[in-house]
Design a protein around this ligand. Structure first.
Ligand code: APR
Length: 249
């Protein structure tokens, strides 16, 4: 089957679905200018994840992460806009097709595109949390503090601040994980968009959906370890695929 035929098949799958779940990764936001982690040009080819993405390293040397946030994460995120794939998912939700949008992304672009039912497995870097008093602050407010002091102090209690994201070595938010597992068990169609599916426990969610009889679709530029389980694999850009699927309810 060529890509055109695959997109027609995806359109039919979505049209017939009554309980659709989307599961997204960094590839969904790549066309919004936010670099992916793995693969060509990914963040990990430039920054050492065992330092900036690990909770134990963060607690030893928080300035490493905050430097990354100041020099890379915030400048990219502050102007990032949703792309056609985000808006297509928001449209599917608006038409009552999508029962849950599960994302590994921390960029908040799905909500900016208008999605209301979003499950953020790895948190959201637009919120900065104090590890002492648990207060949360918008990322722009804390960014302003970085010139005077790095790592920044909590404006309220001078405690240690950390973006409200799940670093390696931390537990995923249990309520979000439960929501995602329940939706995977209930859905009739599960669409993975832009994820390498190598990070657990997130990557277990599509396996749950498939084991419960859902149709599994993977839209990803590169191959993934679950391609052999999928009913349909489209190795194309997320925005090209999703914007080609006509949004009939
Ligand atoms: N459209 C579709 N797929 C794309 C696009 C695109 N425009 N651009 C890149 N991809 C694919 C790549 O082929 C790659 O397989 O998106 C995938 C992104 O994979 P990763 O960079 O590993 O991102 P992700 O799967 O979200 O990583 C999971 O790992 O680093 C941790 O917590 C972090 O949430 C992240 C988790």
């Amino acid at each position: 089957m060529n890509n055109k035929e695959k997109i027609i098949q995806l359109h039919e799958i979505i049209s017939n679905s009554k309980q659709l779940v989307a599961f997204t990764g960094a590839g969904l936001s790549a066309e919004s200018g936010i670099p992916t982690y793995r693969g060509a040009g990914g963040l990990w080819s430039k920054y050492d994840p065992s330092k900036y993405a690990d909770i134990n390293y963060f607690m030893q040397d928080p300035s490493y992460y905050w430097n990354f946030f100041k020099e890379v994460r915030y400048p990219i995120l502050k102007d990032a806009q949703p792309n056609a794939a985000h808006f297509a998912l928001a449209e599917l939700e608006k038409r009552g097709k999508l029962i849950l949008s599960i994302t590994q992304n921390i960029d908040g672009l799905l909500q900016i595109a208008g999605q209301k039912i979003v499950c953020e497995l790895h948190g959201n870097t637009r919120k900065i949390k104090c590890l002492n008093c648990n207060k949360k602050f918008p990322m722009g407010e804390i960014y302003q503090l970085l010139d005077e002091k790095l790592p920044p102090d909590c404006p309220s209690c001078k405690g240690l601040l950390k973006p409200d994201v799940v670093l390696f070595g931390e537990q995923l938010p249990q309520d979000e994980l439960n929501r995602a597992q329940q939706a995977a068990q209930a859905c009739d169609t599960f669409i993975v968009i832009g994820s390498s599916l190598v990070v657990y426990p997130a990557a277990q969610i599509p396996v749950i959906a498939k084991s419960k009889g859902a149709i599994l679709v993977i839209v990803n530029i590169d191959p993934t370890p679950l391609d052999g389980e999928a009913d349909l694999v489209i190795n194309m850009k997320a925005s090209e695929v999703l914007s080609s699927v006509k949004m009939e309810s």
